[in-house]
Write a protein that binds this ligand. Structure first.
Ligand SMILES: C[S@@+](CC[C@H](N)C(=O)[O-])C[C@H]1O[C@@H](n2cnc3c(N)ncnc32)[C@H](O)[C@@H]1O
Length: 208
């Protein structure tokens, strides 16, 4: 039996997308891994495209797709330079991925997401909240930017930075959007016997 989807906040996004009159085209930025959330959209009848920077994550997805006979249409790419024309997709999201870069690069990725999204299209982006403790041993190099020294970054050679945001700080990325849903999630989980706190700020926004 196939696993129940892990990325449950995207179910909320899917409901907004289903209510939109735009055609069912969706892009996932940072789409790889062993449980690709893009399958939620494929199984709901969407034309899916995913881009992923890491070959390791892509291979995990290929394995998953082979096992379950899925065609997600995922390929190698960087959300900071999306290889698509302006206004290509009705829906664009990035889930648990955009925090894996400096704030300068987050701004670049956000402007790319806006560019490839159609007018009246919807995007979902989640940011990691400053309430979440940084990785052990990470060093703050700028406010809310932590350099992780010894953790491999999915096989990709680039600065190993995580960005954390105060509650309203990401509002700045949505100046040409109408934010239709904003939600802060605080999660306490036990991972390998240890209590772990995770905190996210989710946005669903419509491009004006
Ligand atoms: C924590 S994983 C989440 C994967 C997937 N979204 C999920 O929810 O299962 C983050 C993914 O984002 C990818 N990623 C990070 N920066 C990226 C970038 N600039 N462009 C594309 N993918 C990126 C990483 O390689 C990694 O596979």
């Amino acid at each position: 039996m196939r696993k129940v989807i892990r990325a449950t906040p995207l179910c909320k996004f899917l409901r907004y997308c289903n209510d939109s009159p735009l055609d069912k085209t969706v892009l996932d930025c940072g789409a790889g891994g062993d449980d690709p959330p893009l399958r939620l959209f494929l199984e709901s009848g969407y034309k899916t495209v995913g881009i992923e920077i890491s070959e390791v994550s892509l291979n995990e997805t290929r394995k998953f797709c082979k096992e379950f006979g899925l065609r997600l249409n995922m390929f190698k790419g960087d959300m900071r330079k999306l290889p698509f024309k302006n206004e290509t997709f009705s829906f664009v999201y990035t889930y648990n991925s955009i925090h894996m870069m400096s704030k300068k690069n987050v701004a670049v990725a956000m402007s790319e997401i806006k560019r490839v999204l159609k007018t009246n299209g919807l995007c979902f982006v989640n940011f990691v909240s400053a309430d979440e403790p940084p990785h052990a041993g990470a060093v703050e190099i700028n406010k809310g930017e932590f350099l992780k020294k010894d953790i491999p970054w999915h096989g990709v050679k680039c600065p190993n930075i995580d960005s954390y945001f105060e509650d309203d700080a990401p509002d700045v990325y949505f100046s040409n959007f109408k934010v239709v849903h904003k939600e802060k999630r605080i999660i306490e989980r036990i991972i390998e016997g240890k209590k772990v706190l995770q905190a996210y700020i989710d946005y669903i926004a419509k491009k004006k």
